[in-house]
Ligand binder design. Structure first.
Ligand code: CU
Length: 355
């Protein structure tokens, strides 16, 4: 059985792909037609919402790029990079989805091979210094990516989950938790050599980086063309009105460790109906969510169906303002966001470590 969830796309609830909440799961040999209008431009992605660790972990996912005809950024060389990983043995046989036992489920199992668009360490021939635009999605079931190009070449981060940000940022690394997206401008300087995009082990907390090294993601090799002067990574801006915390219903959620029948796990607790772990809202209600991570590893929290604006402890949107659907909550940290719940339905929120 399976379903398809359209991560980040503001679909009607009947198209959200959550079995039990929005549709019945699709049986083997069965069909279900997803029919919706894409209301926002940006890079989204789709994946099953049934037995996600196995189905996503074994490769059922893909990108959905919604182009904006009025996009101010016009770059000829545009690349969609779907980052993921997969666990196989030396003969290419897939590991069981529950390998690593309880600890594997707790920390989040990562595949031993990192993938870019389904391939191990692909090579792309590019013109030295030419401007490129990369649309990147982290489709891995548990792995965080911390991207570095070559010896630390700059990126201009122009967009995140829900399209362009209020203004772009110069960055030397790009961190993406599972489910998150980034839109970057980059002009790789090759000087006649190959340059590799790598990912460093990202420190999610206790024991998550020990004995681990960097992995190669994709190799850029110089085309047989004269280099161009490294292109200027221009600034990109977007008018994003600031949401106000005035009148927002406060919702408090704690990410905690639990112990039930001797098995350690995680839970999201809080809110007025914490027993059911559900948050209630009237259609059109604005809420201020406060999520505190009291567990020992960082978690990416994903809200279905809506974009939100991250805010500081005073309820003021952080700069640059941006629309997000997945938020990285580090260990012992609190993250807050404002969201307007303007479409009816029973929408899920969950950690995007798919275990
Ligand atoms: Cu997702």
């Amino acid at each position: 059985i399976t379903t398809v969830h359209w991560h980040g796309v503001q679909v009607p609830i009947a198209m959200d792909g959550v079995p039990g909440a929005s549709q019945a799961p699709v049986e083997p040999g069965g069909t279900f037609t997803y029919d919706f209008v894409v209301p926002d431009a940006g890079l989204f992605w789709y994946h099953p919402h049934v037995m996600s660790a196995a189905q996503v972990g074994f490769g059922l996912y893909g990108p959905l790029l919604v182009a904006d005809p009025d996009d101010p950024v016009k770059v000829a060389d545009e690349l969609v990079l779907v980052l993921s990983d997969i666990a196989t043995d030396d003969n290419g046989k897939l590991h069981a989805a529950d390998s690593g036992g309880v600890l594997g489920a707790l920390l989040g199992r990562e595949g031993n091979h990192v993938l870019v668009n389904g391939r191990v360490r692909p090579t792309l021939t590019v013109r030295d210094g030419a401007l490129q635009r990369w649309r990147i999605v982290n489709a891995a079931k548990s792995r965080y990516f911390e991207l570095v190009l070559g010896d630390g070449q700059p990126f201009e981060l122009i967009g995140v989950d829900g399209g362009h940000m209020e203004y772009s940022l110069k960055r030397w690394t790009i961190v993406l938790g599972p489910g998150e997206r980034a839109d970057v401008l980059v002009a790789p300087r090759l000087n006649g050599q190959n340059v590799t995009l790598i990912t460093n082990p990202f420190n999610r907390g206790f024991g998550s980086t020990e004995y681990r090294s960097s992995d190669d993601l994709i190799v850029f090799q110089p085309a047989n063309m004269p280099p161009v002067a490294a292109a200027e990574l221009h600034k990109v801006t977007r008018d994003i009105p600031a949401m106000s915390a005035k009148g927002a219903t406060p919702i408090t959620l704690d990410l905690v460790m639990t112990k039930e029948q001797g098995i350690t796990g995680f839970a999201l607790e809080g809110g007025p109906f914490w027993r059911k772990s559900s948050v209630r809202a009237a259609v059109g209600e604005k809420q201020l969510w406060t999520i505190t991570n009291k567990a020992i590893w960082a978690h990416p929290i994903h809200l279905h169906g809506f974009f939100f604006q991250e805010v500081d402890e005073k309820g003021v949107p952080v700069s640059p303002r941006a629309w997000k659907d997945t938020i990285h909550v580090p260990v012992d940290a609190t993250r807050r966001f404002l969201v307007k719940l303007d479409r009816p339905g029973s929408w899920m929120f969950h950690c995007h470590l798919l275990e």
